[in-house]
Design a protein around this ligand. Sequence first.
Ligand SMILES: Nc1ncnc2c1ncn2[C@@H]1O[C@H](COP(=O)(O)OP(=O)(O)OP(=O)(O)O)[C@@H](O)[C@H]1O
Ligand SMILES: C[C@@](O)(CCOP(=O)(O)O)CC(=O)O
Length: 513
Amino acid sequence: MTSCSARSSSHSITLTSAPGKVLVVGGYLVLDRNYSGLVVGTDASLYAAVQEQTFELSDFTDGASKSIPILVVSPQFQSAWWNYAFDTESSKLAQRRSADQDTNGFVQVVLEVTLGLVNYQSPEALQRLLARSEGQTSAAGLKIVLSADNDFYSQRETLARAGLNLSSESLKRLPRMCETGTTLKGVHKTGLGSSAAMVTSLVACILVHFNIISVSHLQPGKRLDSEHVRSLQLIHNIAQYAHCLAQGKVGSGFDISAAVYGTHVYRRFSPAVLKEAMDEGRNIADIAHAVLPSNPGWNSDVEVVTIPPRFILRLADVDVGSNTPSMVKKVLYWQEAHQDAARALWNSLDTANNQIRELWGKLVSNYENDCLEYNQAIDWCSVHKCSDWKNGCSNASNSTVALLCKLVDGIKQVRALQRKLGDNAGVPIEPPEQTKLLDACLEVPGVCMAAVPGAGGYDAIFCVTLGQDSSAAVESLWSSWKAMSVGPLLANQASSGVCVIDSTVYPEIMAYF
Ligand SMILES: Nc1ncnc2c1ncn2[C@@H]1O[C@H](COP(=O)(O)OP(=O)(O)OP(=O)(O)O)[C@@H](O)[C@H]1O
Ligand SMILES: C[C@@](O)(CCOP(=O)(O)O)CC(=O)O
């Protein structure tokens, strides 16, 4: 990698992380505020780290004297470095140099929006940086390192290069945050929402670094009082806005919400809240007003969900791939053209989706009321096929077993309705190849859920198992599957959202400062 030279610095490093997402149920419905989706955060995260450093100004030629140099690197990718200059007078960010004139629209928008807001709200924070500039040839600026857990990107080629097979065991042997051997444009993503997690992590990192948000508000676990809630809302609103701006459209936003809050039931915000801020003629005051936590236009709902104890979310990417935007377009076209039928189908899907989360809630209550009985049920079900649960369990009155049976029926119902939607709209939401694979997964002892996440198609599948043995059996089914190449991911579910982390835990990231 060649980028502009920064002098090593003794300044502190701020490191944040934000999780990936799996939309377990609610694909397509979540685009409409009348419906909601159950999104699970993953323990695979995207990291952003920032440190103040001094840069040679020659690397930022034509930088205005009131400009702050910024170097962003994403060392897992080839040619992934970008030099920017943030002009504190106009609050505009200009790209200077980069490898092969490469651009990174998501990074660029986040920096302009977030630094613009810092400059608007606390100009002294950036003025302090400007004041530290050492004269004509060097200037104080920011070095930012972006890094991702391996699961965000397909590791098939890395494993093949290392002579390793496609399995969890092999994935565990790869270094954390390993180099992908390719560019950001060329990498195969796995659907965990790398852009949303990167945007969220970077927004949080800058806000914390410049003390707009207190570090204590982003410590994992402690997020109950109103100050904490406001900090998360601010990150959420800025990240949603920057993500929409970079994508050129206002999406449902469930991926950003998962990156901020982790696992929850999500109901989207009304797009009107971003209208002025998305306009070409926007100014920083419009943006600052739009993202205020107290802006009543932010009407998204986040209902925290607990995943039933001993559930294990397992994910796999399927090496075929689908074009989500084109699937969404076709589904929305069918919805528009068949409004009555679509409303009926949306309502049936919503009922089936809500049943899944109600069953999760009841399972959690069962655990809290009688964990012994709960554990007995899980122990038994984890070694039997779900088709045997109803009749085979000696303790048929165990209500946990009954709930697990309903959960299996529930996810089958969701899948049937997703297939119906796909057939109606002419979109392979659960194509026949995936149906065969998912049905086979549900035949593995201890599997209680299996479906296509999010928009569906040929991208990925998820299973929920009741134990490590069951997870291992699912994986062995995947590795023997001939019809498609099914690649396991290491990630499991996680409840926490964006947080600040101790930088010493990640020497892989610190090595780049
Ligand atoms: N590690 C990273 N470093 C820098 N930029 C990144 C990184 N990961 C993602 N990005 C940004 O996000 C963009 C990918 O966003 P895109 O919306 O195409 O994918 P996505 O929907 O987030 O993918 P997936 O859900 O499969 O992870 C990249 O082109 C880049 O701009
Ligand atoms: C189809 C949709 O509802 C979900 C897409 O989910 P995913 O990116 O496939 O995980 C689109 C959206 O909400 O952005």
